[in-house]
Design a protein around this ligand. Structure first.
Ligand code: CP
Ligand code: NVA
Length: 301
């Protein structure tokens, strides 16, 4: 039976542990000659712009011996009203898997229901699970473990934050989220994660409290793609939630700083922190490639 990756919780903690091991092998060149996608094509259906997700998947698919096919929905018959379900059924006859970046998570679910090939979420309004895999790899690289760490997410409780919540529940690290009222992560995802988590996942208003003695500080843009309505008001409300050197001073001395990128220097993060000694943001972006190759090896049969 095909296995999708619409959210992180489609994998077990054992799956994630093995995937991170394999990603590290791929990164360091161990058994990196495997071409499991040889002769196969993987679709890339992207409704929104992307630098990291698109290019790391395209490169990763090529390195695994496959062919990536980028598709803009407006250039398919989808753009003229052909149904998602029919499109999913047809593309399943040509492709061995598909990565989809879309606004509405429901689009992914509908597509996955109509597809007989694995569907990978390349970002939706609710989840960014491929990002979470790279985040986990980067944290592990820097802290040598995940369990019992304290991670602080500062800013907008968006798709990236939602997937980090699922990562915390799955891999048993503590997550303090600092956000203003009205910027909380998805209530259902939070409740579900808390119900299964052995670690603590809490929402705070004070970014300094969240960052206090943190092992990792993570932030993301204040205005996500497709949510540009009232952008100035959002930025004003989030202005106390900037990751800057004052905030870093609250954390552990060896705190690691993450950002999924793209960043708006001077908004959610200062250039000083982004380019400073605690930042591993470019390693985190590189790890998208290694973790996604390991994911493709796991899902595409
Ligand atoms: N982090 C991330 O998903 O970046 P892109 O939007 O460039 O793919
Ligand atoms: N939260 C951001 C993540 C971009 C990778 C967005 O959805 O635009």
């Amino acid at each position: 039976m095909k296995k999708d990756f619409l959210s992180l919780l489609e994998l077990s903690s054992v799956d994630v542990t093995n995937l991170l091991k394999r990603a590290l092998d791929l990164k360091t060149g161990v058994d990196a000659d495997a071409r499991p996608l040889s002769g196969g094509s993987i679709g890339m259906l992207f409704e929104k712009p992307s630098t990291r997700t698109r290019i790391s998947f395209e490169v990763g698919i090529y390195q695994l011996g496959g062919q990536p096919i980028y598709m803009n929905p407006s250039e398919l018959q989808l753009g003229r009203g052909e149904s998602l379900r029919d499109t999913a059924g047809i593309l399943s006859r040509y492709l061995r898997g598909i990565v989809i970046r879309t606004s509405s998570h429901t689009t992914l679910e509908t597509f996955a229901a109509g597809a007989s090939i694995p569907v990978i979420n390349g970002l939706s309004d609710l989840h960014h699970p491929c990002q979470a895999l790279a985040d986990l790899m980067t944290i592990q690289e820097n802290k040598n473990r995940l369990k019992d760490l304290k991670v602080a997410f500062i800013g907008d409780g968006n798709n990236v934050c939602n997937s980090l919540i699922e990562a915390a529940a799955l891999m048993e690290f503590n997550l303090d989220i600092a956000c203003p009222e009205g910027f909380e992560p998805d209530a259902g995802i939070l409740e579900n994660a808390r119900a299964s988590a052995k670690s603590e996942i809490i929402i705070l208003r004070d970014p300094r409290e969240a960052a206090g003695m943190a092992d990792v500080i993570y932030t993301d843009v204040w205005v996500s793609m497709g949510q540009e309505k009232n952008a100035d008001e959002k930025k004003r409300k989030l202005s106390d939630y900037q990751v800057n050197s004052r905030l870093l001073a609250c954390a552990k001395k060896d705190v690691t700083v993450l950002h999924c990128l793209p960043a708006h220097r001077g908004e959610e993060i200062t250039a000083e922190v982004m380019d400073g000694p605690h930042s591993v943001i470019f390693d985190q972006a590189e790890n998208r490639l290694h973790t996604q190759k390991a994911l493709l090896e796991l899902l595409i049969r």
